[in-house]
Design a binder for this molecule. Structure first.
Ligand code: ADP
Ligand code: MG
Length: 330
């Protein structure tokens, strides 16, 4: 599609560990070395329109963060291209580092413990010339207020805040860079459930006020539902389903998406938690992705073809907005 603001085009990322010398020795004796290449992301294509929020969900280890880091220019793809507004994302380029900002799961790890939070929020915008030194203090105050923090906390240090407040600081720091795209990598996963709702509401408000283009990563389908216009489901490095949010939740097509939806804990009317089904089996190792459809070992619908041929993403509805990669959907 041509009106995509963010383009992720056939992106693959592998991580290859160096071979230790012991294995060279073992190889001489005919011992087969273990697999050393992690297939973290395989042939992923996604587009995000300007102002749109795309959710990226899947179990831990399926490659979500790797894709987010590639989009931010933190690591390069092994193959494929990423562009924002028609411009390629290149690692380390000053403009690229400002245009895409990332909010991480653990705000403690992403904030310098020795730097007052106001300085942390202001350093990037100052370095990129977004604000003058004279205007810096009011600039920082305005971002603190925008994320729901008192304007007079700029001199405090990260440890003086609660987890939820610290995540607000991290969000302010990312947004103060006036990015075109915000990548949120499990931004509420480390927070108490009651705080999660507050931070999710903050994202909703900010989305509307700032017309943000978002990639919102979560292992929890329940979390992305409220934030995102569209959702992509990832399994072992590949996108297995992609649809508008309502369509995905109302009529999930891929057996993996269905299993994920069944595994969301739900509250019953009486307040008790409904029994939910865990997905049978384990995520296969990305060191040795299974042949064919990576989900076939856990799939109730799998048949011969699924063991040998990788299913391609295909449109499954007339609106052309809902795509799934499953041989059983023919
Ligand atoms: N720098 C790295 N070196 C080696 N393997 C990595 C690296 N980063 C991620 N991986 C591996 O890539 C796979 C996908 O990881 P990740 O993108 O973090 O998944 P997710 O965010 O969905 O949990 C995992 O098997 C992980 O161990
Ligand atoms: Mg991750």
């Amino acid at each position: 599609m041509t009106d995509d603001f963010v383009r992720i085009d056939k992106v693959t990322r592998r991580f290859t560990q160096p071979t230790p010398w012991t294995e060279h020795v073992m190889a001489r004796f005919g011992v087969e070395p273990p697999a050393r290449t992690v297939h973290a992301v395989t042939n992923v294509s996604l587009g995000i329109k300007r102002g749109e929020a795309l959710g990226l969900v899947g179990e831990s280890g399926c490659g979500k963060s790797t894709l987010g880091r590639i989009l931010c220019g933190i690591i390069p793809p092994t193959e494929g291209h990423v562009s924002i507004g028609g411009e390629a994302v290149t690692q380390g380029a000053k403009k690229a580092t400002r245009r895409v900002q990332m909010v991480f799961q653990n705000p403690f790890a992403s904030l310098n413990p020795r730097m007052p939070i106001g300085a942390a929020i202001g350093e990037g915008p100052l370095a990129h010339g977004l604000v003058s030194r004279a205007e810096l203090a009011p600039y920082i105050r305005s971002w603190l207020e925008r994320v729901g923090l008192p304007a007079d906390v700029a001199e405090r240090y990260p440890h003086q805040f609660s987890g939820g407040q610290r995540q607000r600081v991290a969000i302010a720091r990312a947004l103060a860079m006036q990015p075109d795209v915000l990548v949120c990598d499990e931004p509420v996963a480390s927070l108490d459930v009651s705080i999660q709702a507050q931070i999710l509401n903050l994202f909703l408000t900010l989305r509307e006020e700032l017309d943000l283009t978002l990639l919102f990563i979560s292992h929890d389908l329940g979390v992305v539902r409220h934030i995102c216009d569209r959702v992509a489901v990832m399994y072992l490095g590949r996108i297995v389903e992609e649809a508008e949010t309502a369509s995905l939740y109302d009529s999930p097509a891929h057996p993996y998406t269905r299993a994920l939806l069944d595994s969301i804990p739900r509250l019953e009317a009486d307040g008790s938690e409904a029994q939910f089904k865990a997905i049978a089996g384990e995520l296969p190792s990305p060191l040795r992705p299974p042949p064919g459809c990576a989900f076939h070992e856990r799939c109730p619908l799998a048949f011969d073809l699924c063991h040998s041929e990788v299913p391609l993403l295909k449109t499954i509805d007339r609106s052309d907005q809902h795509r799934a990669a499953c041989h059983a959907l023919r």
